[in-house]
Design a protein around this ligand. Sequence first.
Ligand SMILES: [Mg+2]
Length: 195
Amino acid sequence: MNISPHTIGFDIDCVVADTMSAFIDLARKEYDVTIKPEQITSFQVEKCLDIPPRIIQDIFSRLLEEPLESGLQPMDHAVSVLTALSIEAPLTFITARPTKKPIDRWLHTILGESVYSKINLIATGEHDGKLPYIKNAGLHSFIDDRVPTCLELAENGFQPIVFSQPWNRGKHDLPSVENWLSIQDLFLNHGTKAQ
Ligand SMILES: [Mg+2]
């Protein structure tokens, strides 16, 4: 695959941000609940974890409203690859989060001023329906961990790339990446290399 940095967009949670690790850490530290990554076999965590829904809701609210304070970290190599890409093209992030401000602040903090000045952040507020935003942003490829989003893109002539996570493995036949070093390889022919 050979993708132009100008035509790709990124989901944030579980692609740029290691939301799963933050969820697991908060569950352990604040609620004394132990969860293993491989237990999260569904995008809807309440379906696969035997934890009171109130706790799941609490943890998600904190990650949505206070991502910095709740310890949300970027995925390994995400910042260096995004930094390299930002030299080639603006960075577009499309998240299903309902509120933009907290994750905007998080992106500002983890990317730093100069990369942040090249971003376009869209918060759609719902898991379904990213397609029109991707279209309007003039993108052709999109990296997401949610299979229905990726399938909708493929059905409409776009190029989805699934970011592998326990809840999407074996559930699709689409191209996928395991980490940000594999994402970097998508642009090899465009000379983009993280330092
Ligand atoms: Mg996601």
